[in-house]
Design a protein around this ligand. Sequence first.
Ligand code: GLN
Length: 486
Amino acid sequence: MELYEKSAYELSGMLREKKCSAKEIAQSVFDRIDAVEDKTQAYITLTREIAMEQAGAVDEKLAKGEQLHPLAGIPMAVKDNICTKDVLTTCASKMLYNFVPPYDATVMEKLNACGTVMLGKTNLDEFAMGSSCERSYFKKTHNPRNLDYVPGGSSGGSAAAVAAGEAVIALGSDTGGSIRQPASYCGLVGLKPTYGSVSRYGLVAFGSSLDQIGPFARTVKDAAMLYQVLCGRDPRDATSSKRERPDFVAALDGNVKGLRIGIPVEYFGPGVDDVVKKAVFAAVDQLKAAGATVKEVSLPSTDYALSAYYIISSAEASSNLARFDGVKYGYRAPKFDGLIDMYERTRSEGFGDEVKRRIMLGTFVLSSGYYDAYYKRAKLLQHQIADEFAHCFEDCDLLITPTAPGTAFKLGENVDDPLKMYAADICTIGVNIAGLPGLSIPCAYTENNLPIGMQLIGPKFSEDLLLKVGDCFETIYGGFNTVAKI
Ligand code: GLN
């Protein structure tokens, strides 16, 4: 087994036992990148020099016998909507094709302090709007499990990198499913944390009341190790929670005896592929055999969640994206006639079609005359959806659903049909709307080698429980830790 195929947990142990150096690990991953990046197109920017410098610093610490953080020397990919000091951060948009942030996002400060090794910045749908990674200004990422298929989105580059062995762990962001859905399509573990548990400082805002940064990994334990660092209070993000963090790795005790699982019937309706339903039910049966109890529950407003999400997220996006005007940073139209013309040309030329669609939709639902009919009703629905989840958690510890209604689709298949593309989020957005944590883990593969993901949903701040159940299933399943064979 090559170093790039190993988990962060294994590599961390090997470093301590001096079985390899951080530089050797980084080199192994860059060799893999050189071998397969042409096929996957996972990265927008590679940061080889920074990575080798960071790895060298870890090796020096090791040589001096200094204490290392468990993530020290672990190669990591970063979604390109997370600000990295002095490293291009494009959001996969022409609008930010030249944007080099003068500061690090809080999560990057924390990870740098741990000694993680940054490999580069990964591809996404422009400004994280999309479900397939086909909406990037720069390139289309391919699914390493089957290169004719999309990796999912919007964090498709991060997911493809980890699945292909071009990174050991990665950061994504999830506003409506952008970590869990690509994790499901690429056969990975992906966690969307409770709203407020990870600082959003330095994450380029899409829907600020929904956005969260979270981990991708090939094992639940690796996701827990990364999440341990990400979460916590940040005075620079007023929405971040002051709660004490449990030890997420220690929580993985493999025990699900007495666990009460709820199965929301609405998530297994006619829109969900049979092969997905079968796989998820089979996985639930295995947890039952391990000592969990299972009952059906209902989330009656599920049908409205998609509409509420696209209204709320687009409303917030239309306001958040107003800052891209050609004045402060990023793209500016080369030719214009006065200030207003400069704004108009810059935004017309700088944004892609999907981003413009969201800005128009968001501006419309916020406009006087339509605000009550759309935005206000969507916000009311948001409360109703959150209440329905809370009601389920009165007698269930967690809920299990498919992560997506189907497996990955072919590149180009849905790109001209926005509504079909939006439907890929049907199983994930309720979680964002209600501010809950959601964990996607692989539970089966189809004959075409396409992974199927199962989603564990818990009450707010129950990440320790979700990770524990995910880890228990991983043990039953026999391990997810496989790098795609390309
Ligand atoms: N696919 C969803 C959208 O396009 C979710 C995106 C996300 O979570 N960033 O809005």
